[in-house]
Design a protein around this ligand. Structure first.
Ligand code: ATP
Length: 336
């Protein structure tokens, strides 16, 4: 794996923070391109050692996984080992449009052609991970962890909790993930071991978010979600039924219900899912080029508006500061 030395990365700007690290957007002089850096920073403490171990595990999984078109590519690792402060990070391609969550937060009516393309690409990416030998279980599949590249193609990411089947892991606990995307067996069995069908369950919930644009169970306490899911409750079907006239939505609803079935053995594999989503996406192939172009234009406009409001805020801020400076100066002159 290529290593980027300290000083190679410039123009670093914070874009977000995850469970254990910070994510920056920046420029690599050596790679001569825009990158995203997921980094941990700290002194040589035992907590830092654990974070390093976790990040290295994520690096190993990404290295195994990232030869697929729909899995985010790891470009290099970044390290600054000298000094009292250690910095270590994973250098990835920068995804300008953020995640599926960002897409639904920014755009109200995401075209159906794009929704079905995303569903199909996620199924293909997950099928790739599960078909590796040994397979990789993602364990945290959710809209925030599905990024979109500049063509709005899916890039699955965040392998911090992932497991390579068969590998003994002292760092990844069995109970881990995002509660509302976790399968009932992960919530109620203390001897539970993650399996591929847990990822399929998460995909079922992700399917629901593709109809509703929302996260499941808003405002509901974790304990209530845990109990409800184990009793067989799932997100509201009315969010899907309102679109039952839309082409391929009834088929997608059937797939969603199969994916979030209570018994792990009743859920389909991602191989089956990708066969179903291929048929659904096929029904929209004539519309996909325009759908992608329209959404790209919209996202660019929104980003320009955001930059404009930010700049305006800064101007307003400095003109207010100038105003109070002039007032203060006036008062000072008067009192003289
Ligand atoms: P957690 O790890 O706790 O589940 P998370 O998924 O938000 O949380 P990260 O994967 O560390 O955590 O991502 C943090 C933020 O950085 C997210 O908003 C994500 O969209 C953004 N991000 C991560 N990788 C990239 C990338 N390659 N390009 C652009 N943005 C990214």
């Amino acid at each position: 794996m290529q290593r980027l030395p300290a000083g190679d990365l410039e123009r670093l700007e914070l874009v977000g923070s995850g469970g254990f690290g910070l994510v920056y957007r920046g420029w690599s002089k050596k790679l001569n391109r825009e990158i995203a850096l997921k980094m941990i920073q700290g002194s040589r403490s035992s907590n830092m050692k654990k974070l390093m171990k976790d990040l290295m595990k994520e690096r190993d999984v990404m290295q195994k996984a990232c030869s697929d078109t729909y899995v985010l590519r790891l470009l290099a690792v970044y390290e600054k080992p000298e000094g009292s402060l250690i910095e270590y990070g994973l250098v990835m391609e920068y995804m300008p449009y953020g995640s599926l969550r960002t897409l639904f937060d920014k755009i109200l009516n995401v075209p159906w052609a794009l929704r079905f393309q995303i569903l199909h690409q996620v199924a293909l990416g997950m099928n790739y991970l599960h078909s590796l030998d040994p397979p990789i279980i993602h364990r945290d599949l959710k809209p925030c962890n599905v990024l979109l590249n500049k063509h709005l193609d899916v890039q699955i990411t965040d392998f911090g909790l992932s497991r390579i089947v068969g590998a003994t892991s002292s760092v990844t606990p069995s109970f881990a993930g995002t509660l509302s995307y976790m399968a009932p067996e992960a919530l109620n069995d203390i001897n539970y071991h993650p399996t591929m069908s847990c990822d399929v369950y998460s995909y079922g919930i992700l399917l629901w978010t593709m109809f509703s644009g929302e996260e499941p169970y808003p405002g509901v306490h974790d304990m209530v979600i845990q109990r409800g899911v184990c009793e067989g409750q799932r997100p509201r079907l009315s969010h899907v039924d309102q679109y039952s006239d839309v082409r391929m939505v009834p088929e997608a609803k059937e797939l969603m219900i199969n994916c979030w079935k209570h018994k792990a053995e009743d859920r389909p594999s991602f191989h089956d899912c990708s066969k179903s989503t291929a048929v659904m996406f096929e029904a929209y192939t004539d519309e996909i080029v325009n759908a992608v172009r329209n959404v790209q234009d919209l996202l660019r406009q929104i980003s320009l508006q955001d930059q404009y409001s930010e700049a305006l805020g800064t101007c307003e801020d400095s003109s207010m500061r100038m105003e109070s400076f002039i007032k203060g100066l006036g008062n000072a002159l008067q009192s003289d």
